[in-house]
Structure formats: structure tokens, C-alpha cells
Design a binder for this molecule. Structure first.
Ligand SMILES: Cc1ncc(COP(=O)(O)O)c(C=O)c1O
Length: 423
């Protein structure tokens, strides 16, 4: 985490659009942005190349089923991360489901609650119980002590999530898995292009799963992949993603349809060619946010380790209401009124979502760090379509809201009392 500053921030006034409390849109100001500034706006690669590939797909009429672009895409992924096998899929949720099945997971599997719900659903979908473990408040990833405490005779595996592209405590989880004869899978949906101690994510555990959804660091519209260094596991997963077909008429395994289509693969190839450009934009925005927010008491920016490869895809801020005087949710209302669609992520935690909430109503008692974090986390916009001056403007709004916390709170409670919506 970045350090929390102690000095009071001076809000810029002269000549800036958002210079006074009254200029905030929750009072009487005009919204800072004419159009909504979303979190997770897609990064788009080279359009000319992309359209060329689309034309080629239409000309050859090879639209799906292990086409040339899908195979090239898989090859490029293995090349980029130095792993042996990449099996491209239609999305990461199906990739997780298939990896879970291929690893023969049964009974209970240990997962964080602070993750996108797909991590848990991929288990429950196949009648495997996700057992929610707590996180380390510094890294937002699984706390190995909580993992160890939740092991029972029914436990068959662990799914660690490299949240925000920050790697889990891989060494410790690997030790726990080995000691207890458990399989170890990583949900690396956020972590393409990231490393741990110089080794690329995609090379750890039994397998790792990437997402190439539109909101991710790079996208294939929808898409995902399982990456592994295990030959036998790769063979099994490849069969499973194509109904178990080993040859034209030969089905040798139970399977499903997890194939990636050619249009998605072409999009993926264009994205891979532009990865450096995506990182540069994300890193620039991250550094700007870091500079702008560094002295704001009660505001902590999730810090990336610059000695590792990072994709900087998420700007993650924790708002400590006891210090800022304004809650994360009120700050979201202020930002939404300005057309900055900042988001709470993974709120209220998987253990508070159905069906888990009904199955395990007391799960929160074992998840104190998760319960605390879900009330604090705020994700801010970044990506190639967000400029430095837009970041500056977003930060200016945050500073204004925080330095006028009492009036902002009063204004928002007046709005809710009178039934008017703010966003
Ligand atoms: C941590 C995590 N796991 C899994 C997924 C599911 O990915 P997909 O949308 O590709 O199915 C997501 C994505 O949204 C995610 O953030």
C-alpha cells in the first residue's frame, strides 16, 4: 500500500473548473465530464491489423473450431509467459470450470471471498463447496494462515486469486498444498503480463486461468485460457473444451464447449501486439493517481511493485471513513454525479451473495479482513482511453469532496431525505 499522508491537502482553485465546493455537481455545479468515464473501458489494439484479420476470417470462412488464429493466439501466449501449454477458451469462467474438473477437485475447495463471484460459482456449479478464506489486508489476496485453518478431510484443493495482478503468496500456498496433498489452481483473471519474483504468472501451481474479458488488461471481447506446464493436464483440458473429441468421430471423454472463436482470437492477437502501449498508458495513469492522492489522509492507493512486471490495470483505492469523514459510498455518489463511474469491487464479498449467503450465514465471522475491505475499496477509471488531465480532474473531485466532508455528507443526506437521486 502507499503510505497515508498526514498533511492537509490544498485544493486547487484558481482557473480550474472544479475549484470550490459549490462547483461539485452534488451541489449546483455542472458535471466534470460530459460523458460517463467508466472503469474497465476496453483497451483496443491496432485497428487496421484487426480488420485485416476479420476480413481473412470471412474470406476463409473458418469461424471457429481450432482455427489458425486461435492456434496462433495460444502460441503467442505461451511465448509471452514462457509456459508450455495454453488452451484458449470462450471465457475464464468456463476455463475455471474445466480446470477444476480436469484436476478432479471434489468436496471442498478453499477460495477467497474477496474475488469476482465466478471463482466461487465455478466450483458450486459442479457441486463442489467453495470454502471462503480471509485475505491479507496488505495484498488483498488469500491469507495462507486462514487457508490452513480451513482445511478439513473433505478439502481437495486451493484456488488462489492474483487480485489486481498482484500475485498471491505463491510460496506459502504451494507449501500448504504439498503438505496436505491438495491441488493448487490460480485464478489469474487479472494477472496477464505480471510476474512474481521475475517469473511470469501462468507458470505456478497445477494450472492458472486468465480472463480476456472486455474489461481486462487485454481482451478478446470475451475469452479466457488455461495455462499449465503439465502435459497430461493440458491434454485432458484440450479434450474437455471440445466435447471430448479426440478425432472427427471419436469422443473419449466427457466434455463441454469451451472453444474460442476466430474473431476473438484475432482480437487477442491485435491486443498482444499492443500490450506495451497498454502498459505505458496504465502505468502513466497509476503514477499520476499516486502523485495526486499521496498526501490525502485516509486514502490509500494499492501500490504495485515496480520491481515486478505489472499491467497496472486497476486503480484501487481504500477509503478509511474514520479519517476522511466521508464514506466510500458517499464518495461514489459524488463521483457519479460528475459522470465518473467509480466502482465498488467484489462488494459485499462472495460469502454475502446467493447462494452462499443462505448456505453459510455466519461465514463473515471467519473473514474479518474481507468484511473490512469490502466497505473501503473503490476502483477508479484508467486505461488507454483515460488521459492524464482526466485523472487530474477525478483526483480534484476527490480532494474537493474530502476537504468539504461535512457539507458533502449533509448535502447527500438531504438528497436522500427528500428522495432525490444524486447520480
Ligand atoms: C477474479 C476473476 N475471476 C474470474 C473472472 C471471470 O472471467 P470471465 O468474465 O472471462 O468469465 C473474472 C472476471 O470478470 C474475475 O475478475
Amino acid at each position: 500500500m502507499d503510505d497515508v499522508g498526514t498533511e492537509t491537502e490544498t485544493v486547487p482553485t484558481a482557473g480550474t473548473e472544479k475549484g470550490s465546493m459549490q462547483s461539485l455537481a452534488i451541489f449546483s455545479g455542472k458535471p466534470a465530464f460530459a460523458e460517463k468515464l467508466h472503469v474497465g473501458r476496453p483497451n483496443i489494439g491496432d485497428r487496421v491489423q484487426l480488420l485485416e484479420r476479420f476480413n481473412n476470417i470471412l474470406d476463409t470462412k473458418w469461424l471457429s473450431n481450432m482455427g489458425p488464429y486461435e492456434r496462433e493466439f495460444e502460441h503467442r501466449i505461451t511465448e509471452t509467459i514462457g509456459a508450455k501449454h495454453c488452451i484458449a477458451m470462450c471465457n475464464a469462467t468456463v476455463a475455471l470450470e474445466i480446470a477444476i474438473r480436469a484436476l478432479d477437485l471434489t468436496g471442498e475447495v478453499l477460495v477467497p471471498s474477496f474475488t469476482f463471484v465466478a471463482t466461487a460459482h465455478a466450483l458450486q456449479w459442479q457441486q463442489i463447496t467453495p470454502v471462503f478464506c480471509d485475505i491479507d489486508p496488505e495484498t488483498h489476496c488469500l491469507d495462507p494462515r486462514s487457508v490452513e485453518a480451513m482445511i478439513t478431510p473433505r478439502t481437495s484443493g486451493i484456488i488462489g486469486v492474483h487480485l489486481w495482478g498482484h500475485s498471491c503468496n505463491i510460496e506459502e500456498l504451494t507449501r500448504i498444498a504439498a503438505r496436505n496433498n491438495l491441488r493448487l489452481l490460480f485464478d489469474a483473471a487479472h494477472a496477464f503480463g505480471c510476474s512474481q519474483r521475475g517469473r511470469m504468472i501462468g507458470n505456478f501451481g497445477d494450472a492458472e486461468v486468465f480472463s480476456f474479458h472486455a474489461t481486462k488488461f487485454f481482451n478478446t471481447f470475451e475469452g479466457g485460457a488455461v495455462v499449465t506446464n503439465n502435459d497430461e493436464l493440458a491434454r485432458k483440458i484440450r479434450l474437455m473444451k471440445n466435447f471430448g473429441f479426440a478425432d472427427y468421430d471419436k469422443v473419449i471423454y466427457i466434455g463441454t464447449n469451451g472453444k474460442m472463436n476466430e474473431v476473438s482470437a484475432a482480437m487477442g492477437l491485435a491486443s498482444l501486439d499492443s500490450l506495451e502501449e497498454f502498459v505505458v498508458a496504465n502505468r502513466r495513469n497509476y503514477n499520476q493517481y499516486r502523485m495526486e492522492l499521496r498526501d490525502l489522509p485516509g486514502v490509500r492507493l494499492f501500490a504495485y511493485d515496480d520491481s515486478e512486471k505489472c499491467n497496472y490495470q486497476y486503480i484501487v483505492v481504500e477509503i478509511d471513513e474514520a479519517v476522511t469523514g466521508i464514506s466510500r459510498d458517499d464518495l461514489i455518489k459524488v463521483l457519479w454525479a460528475e459522470n465518473v463511474v467509480a466502482r465498488r469491487y467484489f462488494f459485499p464479498g462472495c460469502h454475502r451473495m446467493e447462494p452462499y449467503r443462505s448456505y453459510y450465514p455466519h461465514a463473515g465471522l471467519m473473514l474479518p479482513a474481507t468484511e473490512e475491505l469490502v466497505a473501503k475499496v473503490l476502483i477508479l477509471p484508467t486505461g488507454t482511453s483515460v488521459s492524464e488531465s482526466e485523472v487530474e480532474q477525478v483526483c480534484r473531485i476527490i480532494k474537493l469532496a474530502l476537504s468539504n466532508a461535512v457539507e458533502v455528507r449533509r448535502q447527500l443526506s438531504d438528497h436522500s431525505a427528500s428522495g432525490t437521486t444524486v447520480s
